[in-house]
Design a protein around this ligand. Sequence first.
Ligand code: DP6
Length: 321
Amino acid sequence: MTRTARAYTNIALIKYWGKKNKQLKLPYTNSLSLTLDRFYTDTLATTIDNDKDIITLNDQLLNDAESKRIRNYLDTVRQMYSFDEHFQIKTTNHVPTSAGFASSASGFAALAGAINETKQLNLDKKQLSILARNGSGSASRSIYGGFVEWNAGFDNESSFAVPIDETPDIDLTLLSVVINQHSKKVSSTVGMENSVKTSPFYSNWVTLVSSEIKEIKQAIAQKDLQKIGEISEHNAMSMHALTLSANPSFTYFAPETIRIIQLIKEIRQKGIFAYATIDAGPNVKIICTKESIQRVQTYIEQQLSNVTTVVANIGHGIEYI
Ligand code: DP6
């Protein structure tokens, strides 16, 4: 019986922001993430006798426009592994509707896993990470749990994620502060492309990431929470500086995003552990400890009435159920 693949989402502490090869999704830099436990995607793939893939998301049949990215990906997979069958893909996103997490990381990791399962490709985790990366860069990291590094590499075979510590004994937990549900105006794919092409600071970003990756790996090994928080926050702000310095400039920040960044600084001044990281959208993820998270959550909810918060812990890698 074909099993369903389940993959969890991840949050990058050192961000992937820019591709040197669009088709293969080869990044300019390494990136480093933490896999989360609460938000995941379940995908079941079955081969069908049809000349077109049939794709449902949360029990809704996707039309051609909605399923284009997935169908293109399936074409890539067919080419990579030299077969031509089509698939029925049933995907369920277990990301609370208000969590503010992108689903492309868990989504393409689960899809890669589901195809591996139904086609009995017997891929190891490295090959699975490569397959997931071809769908979405950040998906390469969702194959593993805990702290994961995606090595940029230079071609399809050398660009994949590796686990740093899949079950870290470390006191980190994440508070996602959701500002709004509106779909983002600039996708990460387009946003990073514009940043690479037009930000005068892009080459500085590449240099910065290579030193921050080294520093954060050291901090993780030493369980230096403050260092991990400081580096993560600085890396996220530096990524967003690439959007502001693009030409034309753009930003993912909403007014509330900036307000939350200010609140996090206030919280820190009170001696409470809290650091911000932000992806390609307005929502803020706050890196907390088990001790600080309750106070951070209360503080944010008291100051801002129109936000929702969701707590997530460290999660594990892809599994089959
Ligand atoms: C800001 O992986 O969604 O979340 O490869 O074009 O699908 P594509 O981009 P995607 O970009 C993620 C960007 C980010 C940072 C990160 O997760 O590393």
